[in-house]
Design a protein around this ligand. Structure first.
Ligand code: ARG
Length: 460
């Protein structure tokens, strides 16, 4: 006879390698607190419905309290032979409360139990992540406000395109983070569903009051279909998918920080506390933090592919394959949290070289569009103006000059509409201040965007 909790029908002991292979305790041990609160709620409900007596429930709840503090203090050894956290808690309860512990699993299966545990865990962690992303937004807005007057080249195709405010560029990341937060907030609705009481897959013959359990556990609603309840991992796929998008945003910022801190750009210097040296090249100061955040994006996207592939084609209802959901989920939570936190701490440690950014704006014909706009203002159709400006750029290139370095006489060769006021019109200041379309980079727009964000974040 096997000694396993499920060992009744087995006459042979489990193969040692199978035991190791089958066990998930190394991974799911972190669910112990969720598992215990789920069990407490189950006991309260069973007492309320007279499935067990109140006295039995009280004793078992007390016992679970002791199991919890022992697990908090790492006093309960974990072993592969007990497979997973659910068995560990049950066996530990047996040691605390004796034979009575055998009543805990009435009307319950590990299938609905594990679904509940993950949901309790993920609800809490999603809220933590939203808070951390909000802190990161605060760091972004604070940085934007500090550098409101800094102008940098805006790029398309990684070529200098038009000047923008550095703060406007940072606020683009603020917007990305807002969408990430919205996605996480929305996904909580689908995590906040209470699956316990569906048992293995079909529901149970005991008069369980699932609504009561929901209230004890403070869930938004009860799952509707018992088969779906134990086979649904959409909320895991959804979370990792949102996390992947968020990491992709962070990887884009990483890439920019890495480029900007290179000698080729020299737009920023990241402080010593957030960079590391080389073991061979004494002069090196590497943007490792940004590189690692960029690199860890690969892990999270890998986790997404892992969970999607695990779930693909799984027949109803619970299948052991689903035990593989936790590693990618936990790794995603851990990775996203540390990346958000480290970036929140790193941003204030970045020195911005406004002079270098400004100098970069003055080379590469960032004012060519405005040159065309000048002609449009004087009555030329845009396509014609574009072509005139293009010719002027071509000429300037041949002279090794920028447009504003050409003399008025040289410029007037391209159009008689050009007058001396063109120089002011294509200056950096005016190019920025004219971009007043809603969402554009004008100083007033960006100041307002920063202020609005500060209000949203409760910073002012
Ligand atoms: N450790 C399992 C998991 O994480 C718990 C559910 C196991 N259910 C079962 N019938 N074997 O998926």
């Amino acid at each position: 006879m096997s000694e396993k909790l499920w060992g009744g029908r087995f006459s042979q002991a489990t193969d040692r390698l199978v035991e190791k292979f089958n066990a998930s305790i190394d991974v799911d041990k972190r669910l112990y607190a969720s598992d215990i609160s789920g069990s407490i709620a189950h006991l309260k409900m069973m007492a309320n419905e007279s499935i067990i007596t109140q006295d039995e429930a009280d004793k078992l709840i007390e016992g679970l309290g002791r199991v919890k503090s022992k697990m908090d203090n790492n006093e309960i050894p974990f072993t592969d032979s007990l497979e997973d956290i659910h068995m560990h808690v049950e066996v530990a309860l047996g040691r605390e409360s004796g034979e009575l512990a055998k009543k805990l699993h009435t009307g319950r299966s590990r299938n609905d139990q594990v679904a509940l545990d993950i949901r309790i865990y993920l609800k809490e962690e999603t809220l933590n992540i939203i808070q951390m992303l909000t802190n990161f937004q605060k760091a972004l807005v604070t940085m934007a406000k500090k550098h409101l007057d800094v102008v940098m080249p805006g790029y398309t195709h990684m070529q200098r395109a038009q000047p923008v405010l550095f703060a406007h560029h940072l606020m683009a990341y603020y917007e990305m983070m807002s969408r990430d937060i919205q996605r996480f907030e929305d996904s909580i609705k689908r995590v906040d569903v209470m699956p316990l009481g569906t048992a293995a897959l079909a529901g149970t013959t005991y008069p369980l009051n699932r609504e009561y359990t929901r209230q004890v556990l403070d869930f938004g609603r009860v799952s509707k279909n018992s088969i779906d309840s134990v086979s649904d991992r959409d909320f895991v796929m959804e979370f990792i998918s949102h996390a992947s998008i968020c990491m992709i945003h962070l990887s884009r910022l990483s890439e920019e920080l890495i480029l900007w801190s290179s000698s080729e750009f020299s737009f920023i210097t990241i402080s010593d506390a957030f960079t590391t040296g080389s073991s061979i090249m004494p002069q090196k100061k590497n943007p490792d933090v940004a590189e690692l955040v960029r690199g860890k994006t690969g892990r999270v996207v890998g986790n997404l592919v892992a969970i999607l592939t695990t779930m693909k084609s799984l027949p109803m209802a619970y299948n052991k394959d689903m035990q593989e959901d936790k590693e990618p989920l936990f790794d995603t939570v851990d990775t996203l949290k540390i990346c958000a936190e480290i970036y929140t701490r790193m941003l204030p440690n970045i020195e911005v070289h406004a002079d270098r950014m400004k100098a970069a704006c003055k080379q590469g014909f960032l004012n060519a569009t405005d040159f065309a706009d000048y002609l449009v203002n004087r009555g030329l159709a845009f396509r014609q103006a574009h072509s005139v400006a293009g010719k002027a750029v071509g000429f300037a290139l041949g002279q090794n000059k920028e447009l504003d370095e050409l003399s008025l006489a040289e410029l007037q060769v391209f159009s008689e509409l050009i007058e001396a006021d063109i120089y002011g019109f294509i200056s950096l200041e005016q190019m920025i201040s004219r971009r007043v379309t809603y969402g554009g980079t004008s100083f007033d727009n960006v100041t307002l965007a920063v202020e609005t964000a500060e209000k949203e974040l409760g910073l002012i």
